[in-house]
Design a protein around this ligand. Structure first.
Ligand code: 5AD
Ligand code: SF4
Length: 545
């Protein structure tokens, strides 16, 4: 069977999509490989959120032109947001691409791939033919969204779960709760590429969590563009072929202080968290991303506070610290309301005295059209007040198809965007470092993930050595390594440095006695006292458990 190489760009949602696609293809007999050399099928799961993410894919596709000359039977596929957004244009620009499959149609990938592989084989020797064009992919793709949703739910349900090995990356899993987004922030392509917001039935979510936990997963991260909008009305649920269907989300216009949607037949986000926490106690860590800073009720904060296995970590993008910019972005809240939410969250959840300080992270866009120096100063001020443990900072990138692209001219010159970006990174670095220093002396429960970067280097296990066993993931343009693997260090003598995360997502390094102890710690949650903070990195000491 053909060997398939799949590379993922962009967000966690894409990582999960890739995992599901890889699982499905493996079920069908394809061999998934982590080596691009020698693969028969090259798939790129792409991201369109910023131009930079797209550039990377363009350059990968450029490189493939040469490869394909020497190997004409190679099948190349573009999955995800670029396939949805660029459609036929992408194929015109890059004839090397044989198939395209948007994020709403990944359930159909096996069929497309099968056709492409067969057709490619039978066409060998003839002139290059655009395979997806033969299949009418582009017109089919924009077909009935509702039907696509039903099938997509089946893709989620088809998830293959096998008992985890020592590879720490398998101890942690994503579970989707909503797809798409209804917010239409003026700069963002997501509502166009991923479609309208829909919510998965809670029983499917709980079941998936159970299966993962049974297989040895200890940490589940629930995924959605705006997780706190999760809502499932049981009275209105529809079943097709015995499968409860996902439900369309509502458009939120209400106050940012909205509390529980009372009513027995509704599962709200607070209910969902409670349900998973109670029904699947073997999940030792339950987290979720991304939270929208509005519509986040106290009911959710109470559930987090009262549930020992729900992490004290919130990723709540502010995007800007200026009310006028927020308005132009169509975010629907003011800076004051945003900060009020952080205060409220801290009141409920910040408990350093029990080793559970609330940790926050954010996203900021600098250089949004019309952003003045004063607006930017507001953002600096917001960072100072928010005290994120980390913040993803992006330069505004105009995205075709969005309201900002069409209606709000990109007025901030690139050098100013760059300057603000660099300055804000420095501000955040200072804040993150100060926050880190405050943790010295604290003890945290740390989920051990693997060898630290330092240990990998010291043992001659370069990034390259790990690459074949990791899927490259990029967030905000910088590579985020998936969990390092400890087996490769078995030959190392003496103490071994490992790395893990606190429930507030702080990264902490500490020494294990030797490689054997390091291996035994992987995937476990152990108490670690923070003894040093240098830069953004915290050093700890393993306490007797
Ligand atoms: N330009 C720059 N950053 C963007 N983001 C989304 N769209 C754009 C854009 N057009 C950022 C937002 C979002 C994160 C996932 O990406 O900060 O929260
Ligand atoms: Fe994009 Fe806004 Fe939806 Fe987030 S909430 S995915 S930024 S439209």
């Amino acid at each position: 069977m053909p060997r398939v190489y799949l590379e993922t760009f962009g967000c966690q949602m894409n990582e999960l999509d890739s995992e599901l696609v890889a699982g499905r293809l493996a079920q069908l007999g394809y061999t998934m490989t982590r080596e691009p050399d020698g693969a028969d099928v090259m798939l790129y799961n792409t991201c369109s959120v910023r131009e930079q993410a797209e550039q990377k894919v363009w350059s990968r596709l450029g490189e493939l032109k040469k490869t394909k000359k020497g190997k004409p039977e190679l099948v190349v596929g573009v999955l995800g947001c670029m396939a949805e957004r660029d459609g036929a244009d992408l194929m015109k620009r890059m004839p090397v691409v044989d198939i395209m499959c948007g994020p709403g149609e990944l359930d159909k990938l096996p069929e497309l791939l099968d056709n492409a592989v067969r057709t490619r084989a039978s066409l060998l020797g003839s002139e290059s033919v655009n395979l997806a064009a033969l299949q009418g992919n582009t017109s089919r793709r924009s077909g009935t969204l509702a039907a696509a949703e039903d099938q997509l739910e089946l893709l989620d349900l088809s998830r293959t779960v096998s008992p985890v090995d020592t590879d720490a990356s398998h101890r942690s899993a994503y579970v989707r709760i909503t797809r798409g987004c209804n917010k239409f922030c003026t700069y963002c392509v997501v509502p166009f590429t991923r479609g309208a917001e829909i919510h998965r039935p809670p029983e499917h979510i709980v079941e998936e969590c159970k299966r993962l936990a049974d297989a040895g997963v200890v940490e589940v991260t629930l995924l959605g563009q705006t997780v706190n909008h999760y809502r499932f009305e049981h009275g209105a649920s529809v079943s097709v072929g015995g499968v409860t269907q996902p439900q369309k989300g509502r458009t939120y216009k209400g106050s940012h202080h909205r509390d529980a949607f009372a009513g027995q037949s509704v599962t709200t986000f607070a209910d969902l968290l409670h349900l998973i926490h109670e029904k699947v106690p073997t999940i030792q860590r339950l987290r979720f991303v991304t939270s929208y800073p509005r519509d986040f009720g106290n009911d959710v904060l109470e559930v987090i506070r009262d549930s020992p296995r729900i992490c004290r970590y919130l990723h709540v993008p502010a995007q800007s610290g200026s009310d006028t910019v927020l308005k132009r972005m169509n975010r629907g809240y003011t800076v004051g309301e945003y900060l009020e939410f952080l205060d409220r969250a801290r009141q409920f959840l910040d408990q350093p005295e029990i080793g559970r300080p609330l940790m926050l992270s954010g996203d900021i866009i600098v250089g949004f059209p019309g952003e003045t120096d004063e607006d930017y100063e507001g953002t600096v001020d917001l960072l100072e007040k928010s005290r994120y443990k980390n913040c993803f900072i992006f330069k505004y990138s105009p995205r075709p198809g969005t309201v900002a692209y069409d209606k709000i001219p990109d007025t901030v010159p690139d050098p100013i965007k760059r300057e603000r970006n660099n300055h804000l990174l420095a501000v955040q670095k200072r804040i993150g470092e100060a926050l880190g220093r405050e943790q010295v002396g604290q003890t945290f429960d740390v989920l051990v993930e693997g060898l630290s970067q330092k240990q990998l280097k010291a043992s001659g296990l370069s990034q390259g050595a790990r690459k074949p066993r990791t899927i490259e993931v990029t967030i905000g343009g910088s590579a985020v390594a998936t969990a390092p693997i400890v087996d490769e260090a078995e030959h190392v003598e003496g103490p071994v440095q490992v790395t893990g995360r606190s429930d507030g997502d702080l990264i902490i390094h500490f020494e294990a006695r030797d490689a054997a102890e390091a291996k035994s710690l992987i995937g476990r949650i152990v108490p670690v006292e923070v003894v040093s903070a240098s830069g953004l990195s915290l050093g700890g000491r393993l306490l007797p458990g």
